[in-house]
Design a protein around this ligand. Structure first.
Ligand code: DAH
Length: 357
């Protein structure tokens, strides 16, 4: 009887130690390992079952029944632990996927125009209000329009004023292509097209005035805080039989006042040199108030269109006089917005660009 009692105590211990080990298992894998120690092929309960063989039929019955009870108790503990682990796992998943409905929603980013585009549009609008047409022309230009027709012949030292990217290709007349260094070639293209449209009137000695601006991308071999290999200019051309330097001055001053939204500025026409104008002048602007007050800031080249250029337009320089200017769009945008590094415009940093709307 004592052996049987002892055996029952062992079985109690066995069930308790199984329950304790199951409680120590914190993952399904750990639990399966623990289970194997008791119920597996080499487990302790299985060993007890195998050991029954040595006992008499009666003893087999009582011992077998006791072992079975223990086995059942262990299985109950195992299932309870399994369930507990599953519930814990579910809790964990629910917590991980928790949705905080009080958080602010995700906003869809709102796009806006680039500051250079805003400036470009503003320039078109102001000159449009003064009766200027808006022209558009090729960025890959030939040598004739970019230089020669503008009175800047091959090998002339003035060509080095504008260091150029050449394209390894010639047009049908053998002129090499380059990325245009300025918007000035559009003076010729626009005037030639205008004269062609007005051929009948021209034959009767008349032609309506040319008043146009041409904004666009331009290219030079240049790269620092105030120069970029790609930049923007707009060309202005006013050509007719009764146009004078006064018109250029009034027009440009009116433009600056409208563009900067102030009357508190003055202009200076500083003598300069360009092959395609004679006389030529740089236009400097000076604000009378604000952070830039008192400084002369160069904003444009300008001048009276050279007679040879008028001739290259197919027009008679004895009759038609023109005034032209070429201004930097980026430069004007920098002054208007107070930006001190041109490269910021072209780096695509949303933190910078998002400030202009
Ligand atoms: N094309 C010149 C440049 O890029 C600027 C310029 C000067 C344009 C005088 C003009 C002009 O139309 O008359 O430096």
């Amino acid at each position: 009887m004592s052996t049987v009692n002892a055996a029952f105590e062992d079985l109690n211990d066995l069930a308790q130690s199984a329950t304790a080990q199951f409680a120590n298992a914190h993952t399904p894998a750990e639990l399966e390992n623990a289970k194997a120690q008791f119920l597996g092929k080499a487990g302790r309960v299985t060993a007890l079952m195998k050991g029954l063989a040595q006992f008499s039929a009666d003893e087999k019955k009582t011992r077998g029944a006791a072992i079975n009870q223990t086995k059942q108790a262990i299985e109950v503990a195992l299932n309870a632990r399994r369930q507990a682990l599953q519930e814990a796992e579910l809790e964990r998943q629910l917590a991980a996927e928790a949705l905080d409905v009080t958080l602010p929603g995700r906003q869809r980013g709102q796009g806006g125009l680039h500051p250079i585009s805003l400036t470009w549009q503003r320039i078109e609008q102001i000159f449009g209000s003064m009766g200027f047409d808006v022209g558009d022309g090729p960025e890959i230009e030939n040598d004739w329009y970019n230089f020669t027709a503008l009175n800047n012949p091959p090998n002339h030292p003035a060509r080095s004023m504008q260091d150029t990217f050449y394209v390894d290709m010639n047009d049908a007349d053998g002129h090499p292509y380059c990325l245009r260094t300025h918007t000035s070639p559009m003076q010729i293209r626009y005037a030639v097209a205008h004269a062609r449209r007005q051929a009948a009137e021209l034959a009767h000695g008349q032609m309506s005035e040319i008043r146009v601006i041409v904004p666009g991308r331009t290219y030079r071999v240049d790269n620092d805080a105030t120069h970029s290999p790609m930049f923007h200019q707009f060309e202005g051309l006013w050509l007719g039989e009764n146009v004078s330097f006064k018109d250029l001055k009034v027009t440009y001053l009116s433009f600056c006042k409208a563009f900067f939204e102030t009357d508190d500025l003055i202009l200076r026409f500083r003598p300069s040199y360009f092959p395609f104008t004679e006389p030529s002048a740089e236009i400097d602007i000076q604000f009378q108030h604000g952070p830039l007050a008192g400084k002369w800031l160069e904003v444009s080249g300008s001048g009276q269109v050279h007679p040879q250029v008028v001739r290259n337009m197919g027009l008679d320089p004895e009759r038609f006089i023109g005034f032209a200017f070429g201004s930097g769009i980026d430069r004007l945008a920098m002054l208007r917005y107070g930006v001190n590094d041109l490269r910021l415009f072209f780096e695509g940093d949303i933190r910078f660009l998002g400030q202009f709307r």
